[in-house]
Design a protein around this ligand. Sequence first.
Ligand code: MN
Length: 238
Amino acid sequence: MTIAFISDLHLTPDRPHSTEMFTTFASGARKYLNGLYILGDLFEYWIGDDGVSALGHESTEAAIRSVVDSGVPVYFLHGNRDFLVGEQFAKRTGCQLLPDPVVVEEDGLRILLTHGDALCTDDIDHQTARKQMLTSKWKLAFLNNPLESRFETADQMRKQSAVAKKTKSMEIMDVNQSAVEAMMKEHQVDIMIHGHTHKPAAHEFEIDGKLARRYVLGDWYEQKSLILLDQGKLTLRR
Ligand code: MN
């Protein structure tokens, strides 16, 4: 019984190596996994389910489909880059879309899963943009644009984000510990897994005198980062 958690692959045709790593990982997943959770930012950006060929992500969709078809359930939770992944993607790949955050029960553990950007409450600009873009009004307006103009908007947003990142401190872009504890308390869990910050680690702390753990996944720029759940034990592989 092995469950894997991954996030922040940021797949884009600009970095074919990452896509290859994922395809290879998917081949192994079919044989060795009993479940796969993708915690957002699988894609560098997503401009709508109808843009899959324009974005060059057919092979990634096929890889997920092959995992699902082999009998391994795949769950997908949105990141801030691929929050427009929708029902058509789910239908084509066979994956199940999950809300963010969500509590899952696997191997006797209750685990809170979230992409992680909602925890970066010190990054006011990001939170403001996030609030706006997650409204169905914004999403519908965006998706109603022709593909080409969606491409342009996504490209502009990526550039703005790269510029903004340079001016923000590491602390501002990391999770806020109070936000972490508040979310864990609200969902009555002592284990949380998230990505987004690209700072793979296993953090231990106390909530109301009880041990709590927060696992952070890393990105897939150079190598794959994953968390495995095996016999009730979580292991982070950078
Ligand atoms: Mn992210």
